[in-house]
Ligand binder design. Structure first.
Ligand code: HEC
Ligand code: HEC
Length: 227
């Protein structure tokens, strides 16, 4: 009993002594010498929106190998630096954000190395032009409606609406396109086939993706900020 108490006191003493040389200045020097790891940067700057381990956040998952294999690295860096739409903030110091640009590049490279491993790029490119909205209406009804409901809101789907104008005011065309291409695997969502009720089990062609995005974009109210 006595020995345990002495031991504990000793440990406390050592711990206390250990603190002495680490004055404030010493700590700052140490922090400056060791740059934060990409995962620490992710936890600080991204996790709140893109999820604690890259999934299950309000914004799309970053831990998605196919996604990371499809988006060109320079575009990934651009989005992270300058933001996207109304909800993704510009983070780079060079764009008015708080994070040194070099840290963001390291963060993106960390994500690519860890979460992008063995990812296979999709045949359809991550970004693309808007297509034809009226063709998109038909494509939406054929491929999306069973899950997301009729665009006029009259026939509900098995999942939430993605054609609600208020939802569309908050999401950019690119976010819609990325959702179609990559879904939300973390929420059990595959939006790029296989499609319920379709005889052919295929993913959408590039022109079909562009048409559906144009259709949804056209449903956005013109008032308010443009995403
Ligand atoms: C305040 C919440 C928030 C933070 C913080 C945030 N994001 Fe985002 N991010 C979003 C939202 C919301 C979108 C979709 C915006 C849109 O296009 O409408 C997005 C979009 C993106 C996209 C493009 C997705 C697409 O459409 O293909 C990438 C890449 C991305 N974020 C990476 C990051 C990384 C990496 C970080 C940390 C350095 C980060 N984000 C921090 C909310 C956030
Ligand atoms: C088999 C069902 C299914 C089909 C078909 C489907 N989706 Fe989805 N989609 C989901 C699920 C599940 C989610 C995750 C969110 C949820 O649970 O509602 C989702 C999410 C989305 C999101 C929101 C992503 C986000 O992070 O906010 C959009 C936009 C979307 N889908 C568009 C489409 C479009 C456009 C089509 C047609 C090309 C389509 N989806 C086809 C099941 C489907």
């Amino acid at each position: 009993m006595m020995r345990a108490a002495c031991l504990l006191a000793g440990v406390a003493l050592i711990a206390a002594c250990g603190e002495v040389p680490l004055n404030k200045a010493g700590r700052d020097d140490a922090a400056a010498a060791v740059p934060p790891t990409w995962s620490a940067l992710y936890a600080t700057h991204c996790a709140g929106c893109h999820g604690a381990d890259g999934t299950l956040g309000p914004a799309r998952p970053m831990r998605d190998a196919a996604y990371l294999a499809t988006v060109p690295r320079n575009r990934l860096i651009e989005v992270v630096a300058a933001g996207q739409g109304v909800l993704m903030p510009a983070l780079a110091q060079s764009k008015g954000g708080a994070v040194p640009d070099a840290d963001l590049v390291r963060l993106v490279d960390g994500m690519l190395a860890e979460w992008g491993k063995s990812g296979k790029a999709l045949a359809v490119a991550w970004s693309g032009p808007l297509g034809d909205a009226s063709r998109g209406a038909t494509t939406y009804a054929t491929f999306c409606q069973t899950c997301h409901g009729a665009a006029d809101g009259r026939t509900p789907g098995t999942r939430g609406s993605v054609s609600d104008p208020n939802y569309l005011r908050l999401v950019s065309d690119q976010a819609l396109r990325s959702a179609i291409l990559f879904g939300r695997a973390d929420l059990g969502g595959t939006c790029n086939g296989p499609y319920p009720g379709q005889a052919t089990n295929r993913a959408l062609r590039a022109d079909e993706v562009s048409d559906v995005v144009a259709f949804l974009a056209a449903r956005r109210p013109s008032i308010g900020r443009k995403p």
